[in-house]
Write a protein that binds this ligand. Structure first.
Ligand code: GLC
Length: 801
């Protein structure tokens, strides 16, 4: 037994020595003589689960976070016993368990170097008030170790030196460092000595994380109840850690419909119908592409979910159809609070069927939200989720609404000190009855899950689109998300940048901020800078509270309108590129945004960078975060990059000044990249086109890029009706070869690629397509030379001098 007097005096208990060891296939049990059991499960060669019981018995093994589809299986597993410890070896990891203390240490199985080790390791405090334990884990923190992830925390990307709490909280106008806010994602990645690992603490109680804040050489995490139950995920590449975590907690079940990657306009609230139409018409008149228009709570009758205010929206079905004819998809808000009103069907049915949450002694959980006093469905009960999903039939199938926005699902309650339910509220937790202490952090995810199933059913054969405010690990399977009620300040622009990167590094890529800020009104300059960042976030929506003035792209004068149009057009041109990144995300768990540390972990200069990030695989973006800027200094990661605007070549691995007047921002393309681009459209599917552009950025050497395509909606891609084109660029002094390999059965409408070559160091003298010499326009001698080819070409060969 470890003696740690100080901690002992504070009521902490520790495991004593191992007296028994058993093994059953992939799972080992170590039992100590004070009845602590450590269960070690080898999930994959690089993923090991550690679970501790202080009573000799484990809870029923149930998790909302881990998906049943997670990959399992290892290529190698050996367990051996030494004098002082046990050794578990897989092809990637060596795990030691100390006999005297139950302490765990983990090593790279190839170079045998230490990755991570327990400091005290597992310890706990008994909870007199609630029963069970406060379960704790402490680990040694290496000197140069850094930490990333944890969902939506509004802090710099690297969390070293900070402490956090996970308790989903409605946080109107939160600030930098406000903690906790809306989400509870108990997963982080760490890097030290060029080795990256992750820890997913799968516990829905309030959890805490300390990254060398209290003690410089210790990181720790603990929970107010439940089990110490965490997954250790080894890279050593950070990208693999995030991918494996995403595999464990689930990739999005479906690709979003392509329109959902377009531009969205929202406000609290657009009404009546004439106002909605005026907004959508102005988008079309000003030629600012837009795909989605949102209706906030005022579309409802007295804020009753699944109803319409017939005065302001006399014929929603006609309106939604007309909007759709103009390319606008209607997205509506649905909150969890159901107004107490016996005349209201939804309330009446849930009451009759006993679907509302109750307090410990039986009364209903009553709380105030927008409609006034409400009851709240217990989304942790399968039957309730099924019922909830059925409520969408009219909205989706009949009226034609295309997306649903779930808000206030932390759950938020107004005018009470803790902004949510009291702890004693009871939940079903999928047949594992518990109090709100355990269900709070998962409530929002289960609501979004039920909503997702409703949309999936009634939008069929189209794909669902859901957006949620609250989330626990795994929510990314069902929904997109936004960061809640931010503020129209420059500081919040930086926070939005950090949050979107942090979410992507936490397995949740389909995320974005309220562009322009929710509270307050931005100046035109801030709005323009925010649009510039927002078009590089997977979810791209302007939203505002409407209290402080309008926030449409045209309210800040023509200069700003033109800048917004220019950047939204770039977004629409890059849709095939973003769609391909999304495909990689749902297939391989690859994050759509990559903080520089994830992009190039070997370069320690990236470990503390927050501003710059990689969008997809090959586009480097750095927002302008200060007023009156003519440009900024930024870090260019190692390698060679092309300035997106000028094609100027920049060598990375250093900080450089980049010009960026208000109508520009620093964007760079990795050399060798092939960037697919659509023509500008006002909305997805507006135009049929014969060709799309491939921007090829010359590189001396080799590089690969991909282009995914399918019908942009529906499920046929799951049956192989998609196309995945791999482009291989090979550049030599006086030659460039572009090879294409196509997989999949989908045939896009367009027939040609317009291939634009950037920065060829030679003048083209001849061109061969699939080994046949073709005529080139000799007068075309600028550096941006382009050639139109049939999209099914397999090899294009440029010769020059
Ligand atoms: C919450 C949401 C916000 C929404 C408002 C009214 O504050 O975060 O996005 O507009 O409620 O529904």
């Amino acid at each position: 037994m470890i003696v740690n007097t100080e901690l002992e005096q504070k009521g902490n208990l520790f495991p004593s020595k191992i007296i028994k060891y058993t093994k059953d296939v992939d799972t080992l049990h170590f039992t100590t003589d004070n009845n602590v059991v450590l269960q070690v499960t080898v999930v994959r060669d690089s993923v090991i689960r550690f679970r501790y019981s202080t009573t000799g018995k484990f809870e029923k093994d149930f998790s909302y976070g881990v998906t049943v589809h997670a990959s399992r299986g290892y290529s190698f597993l050996k367990v051996s016993e030494e004098k002082t410890h046990y050794i578990i070896t897989t092809s990637k990891l060596i795990c030691k368990v100390e006999k005297l203390s139950l302490q765990v240490s983990l090593y790279d199985a190839i170079d045998l170097k230490l990755i991570n080790e327990d400091e005290i390791g597992f310890h706990w405090e008994e909870s007199y008030e609630y029963g069970g334990d406060i379960v704790k884990m402490s680990k040694a923190c290496q000197k140069a170790e850094s930490f990333y992830g944890l969902g939506d925390k509004p802090v710099e990307v690297n969390m070293k030196g900070k402490r956090f709490e996970n308790w989903a909280t409605d946080s109107y106008a939160f600030g930098k460092n406000t903690d906790p806010i809306y989400k509870a994602i108990p997963f982080y990645t760490a890097i030290q000595d060029n080795k990256s690992y992750g820890i997913f603490f799968d516990n829905t109680f309030k959890t805490h994380f300390d990254f060398a804040h209290e003690r410089r050489n210790v990181t720790s995490f603990w929970a107010q109840g439940g089990e110490m139950n965490y997954y250790f995920i080894y890279g050593p590449k950070m990208e693999d850690v995030v991918a494996n975590y995403t595999d464990l907690t689930g990739k999005p079940h479906t690709l979003p419909p392509l329109w959902a990657l377009g531009f969205h306009q929202c406000k609290w609230s657009y009404y009546p119908e004439s106002n909605v139409k005026e907004i959508t018409k102005t988008f079309r008149d000003l030629k600012i592409p837009c795909d989605a228009i949102y209706l906030d709570i005022d579309y409802m009758d007295g804020f009753r979910c699944f109803t319409w205010d017939k005065k302001h929206f006399p014929d929603p079905k006609r309106m939604v159809r007309e909007l759709e004819e103009d390319g606008f998809k209607t997205v509506v808000i649905i909150d969890p609070g159901i107004k107490i009103d016996l005349e209201y069907d939804v309330f009446k049915e849930a009451l009759d069927k006993d679907y509302f949450c109750k307090r410990a002694d039986g009364p209903y959980m009553k709380g105030k939200v927008w409609p006034g006093e409400c009851y709240f469905p217990d989304f942790t009960k399968p039957e309730v989720r099924e019922w909830w999903s059925g409520l969408f039939q009219e909205l989706i199938e009949d009226i034609g609404v295309k997306g649903v926005w779930n808000d206030m699902n932390e759950p938020a309650v107004m005018d009470v000190p803790n902004k949510s339910f009291p702890d004693d509220v009871r939940h079903d937790y999928d047949g594992n009855p518990c109090s709100h202490r355990k269900a709070h952090n998962i409530y929002g995810t289960q609501m979004a899950r039920a909503t997702y199933h409703g949309l999936k059913k009634y939008a069929y054969p189209k794909r669902p689109f859901v957006i949620t405010r609250s989330a626990y690990s795994g929510a990314q399977r069902y929904t997109s998300t936004w960061m809640g009620d931010n503020v129209a300040t420059w500081e919040h622009l930086a926070i939005a940048n950090n949050q979107a990167q942090r979410m992507a590094m936490s397995g949740f890529s389909f995320a974005g901020s309220d562009i322009g800020g929710f509270a307050e009104q931005p100046q035109g300059e801030l709005f323009a800078r925010w649009i510039q960042l927002g078009v590089f976030h997977a979810f791209c929506r302007v939203h505002s509270s409407g209290d402080h003035g309008d926030q449409e792209p045209w309210v800040f004068g023509t200069e700003i309108t033109d800048i917004v149009r220019k950047f939204v057009e770039i977004r629409y041109q890059l849709l095939p590129y973003l769609y391909t990144a999304f495909w990689n995300h749902i297939n391989h768990g690859t994050p759509i945004l990559k903080s520089l540390v994830l992009y190039d972990q070997e370069d320690v200069a990236t470990h503390y960078r927050s501003d710059e990030f990689i969008f997809g695989d090959s586009i480097l973006v750095c927002p302008i975060l200060e007023p009156n800027s003519k440009g900024r200094r930024m870090y260019i990661p190692r390698g060679t990059w092309y300035n997106f605007w000028t094609d100027e070549v920049v060598e990375g691995g250093r900080e450089v000044w980049v010009d960026a007047d208000l109508d520009s921002m620093p964007i760079f393309i990795k050399e060798g990249a092939v960037i697919p681009k659509y023509p500008v459209q006002q909305y997805v599917g507006e135009k049929k086109f014969d060709e799309i552009t491939l921007d090829v950025y010359y590189k001396e050497g080799k590089e690969k890029s991909q282009l995914f395509d399918d019908a942009h909606d529906g499920y046929d891609y799951k049956k192989g009706r998609y196309s995945l084109r791999t482009f291989k660029v090979t550049g030599k002094k006086n030659e460039l070869i572009l090879q294409q390999h196509k997989q999949g059965k989908f045939d896009a409408e367009y027939t040609n690629f317009n291939i634009v070559f950037h920065n060829l160091p030679f003048k083209i003298t001849s061109v061969q397509i699939d080994n046949v010499v073709v005529e080139v326009n000799k007068s075309n001698t600028t550096q941006f030379q382009s050639i139109t080819v049939d999209k099914e070409f397999t090899e294009l060969h440029l010769f020059g001098k």
